[in-house]
Design a protein around this ligand. Structure first.
Ligand code: OGA
Ligand code: NI
Length: 371
């Protein structure tokens, strides 16, 4: 069931937290060339300060309240279409649950490397402590360490990769993931409702399916913060992603819109939600899976926790009838399993894979027209 979420391993690479310690503290330590992934100033970045340039804010209370539901739903739909991203406030996950997760995740990153490596990724596997998306010996590397585990449903868990230190880690993840899962399901209902589809149509695709969690740890980079990238530009392959930023006041997420990068300042206690490739396809392009990346701070570390909502790996992902209602089909259908394989093979190369599915479809339509 959770196969697609488990596939496509990464080549082993050095631990970045340890590398950063050496580089940041050594007098003439250089950041290795393989991490220098961008030219400073090569692309325009819009600062987060200007509220007209910020990703939209959606209020779950307003979605639920019958008096405000339809206007908030309309706002949700345009956020998902125009930005593919929004911040979610009043989501109802108790502060205590989030607080416990935050402190355990921070505690985990402070463990000695040998302890963290008890959860190390296995060759060819994707779960565990290590890296994602390293597929070739000469690609640029991300300035981050990651811990990826399947968290829901309970049967999908492989506890070999679940930290035992701090001792409360497992329980915090268990509680957080079941609370946050419900928030994701509710959002899927409102997203469907907002475009006139049956609320259960989208929820039903994801309910009970695999939920992956990735803790991204981004160490500071004193010498070359403007040349390394914490996470290269990518779109997420899943349906929906809920991101929680752990450190207040250290930001790093940037979202691409109209050819520019928009810095996101995570609101305290909010979730940053984004549409993944699978949902762009299912919605026949009514929602957009947008390229995003993470940049690095020169002196401060940053941690985020992403929850990925996957459809069943044997599902044939294509535009859902509920979302078409007479529209032209925009995407070629493919099994989610094959989609994820391709996604990893093409590495984090922006939205290339999704664009290819779209083009294949357009091309096949065109080719038929010529016959
Ligand atoms: C991700 C992601 C962004 C961040 O994990 O897919 O985009 O700010 N993370 O950590
Ligand atoms: Ni992402």
């Amino acid at each position: 069931m959770a196969e697609a979420a488990r596939e496509a391993g990464s080549l082993p690479v050095a631990n970045v937290q340890a590398l950063a310690d050496t580089c940041n503290n050594g007098a003439d330590e250089q950041v290795p060339e393989r991490y220098l992934a961008k030219e400073p100033g090569a692309e325009e970045v819009v600062a987060a300060g200007d509220s007209t340039c910020a990703i939209p804010v959606i209020d779950l209370d307003r979605l639920v309240d019958p008096r405000s539901s339809s206007s908030e739903c309309a706002k949700l739909v345009s956020a998902c279409h125009d930005w593919g991203f929004f911040q979610l406030i009043n989501h109802g996950v108790p502060e205590q649950v989030i607080g416990n997760l935050k402190s355990d995740v921070i505690e985990f990153s402070k463990q000695p490397l040998e302890d963290k490596e008890e959860c190390a990724q296995q060759p060819g596997g994707v779960e565990g402590y290590g890296q994602a998306f390293v597929v070739s010996e000469d690609q640029k590397l991300d300035w981050a360490d990651m811990l990826y585990i399947l968290v829901q449903p309970t049967e999908s868990r492989d506890l070999r990769f679940w930290p035992t230190r701090p001792p409360s880690f497992r329980n915090s993840v268990d509680v957080y993931s079941s609370e946050a899962r419900e928030v994701g399901y509710r959002l899927l209902e409102f997203m469907a409702k907002g475009v006139g589809a049956e609320p259960a149509s989208l929820r039903g695709v994801f309910q009970g399916q695999a939920l992956g969690m990735r803790v991204n740890y981004y160490p500071p980079c004193r010498q070359a913060a403007d040349r390394v990238l914490g996470l290269s530009p990518h779109s997420d392959a899943d349906g929906l992603t809920l991101l929680l930023q752990i450190n207040d006041n250290v930001h790093g997420l940037q979202v691409k819109k109209d050819g520019k990068w928009f810095a996101v300042e995570a609101m305290d206690g909010a979730f940053i939600v984004n549409v993944g490739d699978a949902l762009e396809i299912m919605s026949n392009g009514k929602f957009t899976s947008v390229e995003h990346r993470a940049v690095i701070h020169p002196t401060k570390e940053r941690t985020s926790v992403a929850l990925f909502f996957f459809p069943s790996s044997d599902m044939v992902v294509g535009p859902l009838p509920e979302f078409m209602k007479g529209d032209q089909v925009q995407y070629r259908s493919t099994s989610f399993h094959d989609f994820v394989k391709q996604y990893f093979a093409e590495k984090l190369d922006g939205r290339k894979h999704l664009d290819r599915l779209r083009q294949l479809w357009i091309w096949s339509q065109g080719a038929e027209g010529y016959q």
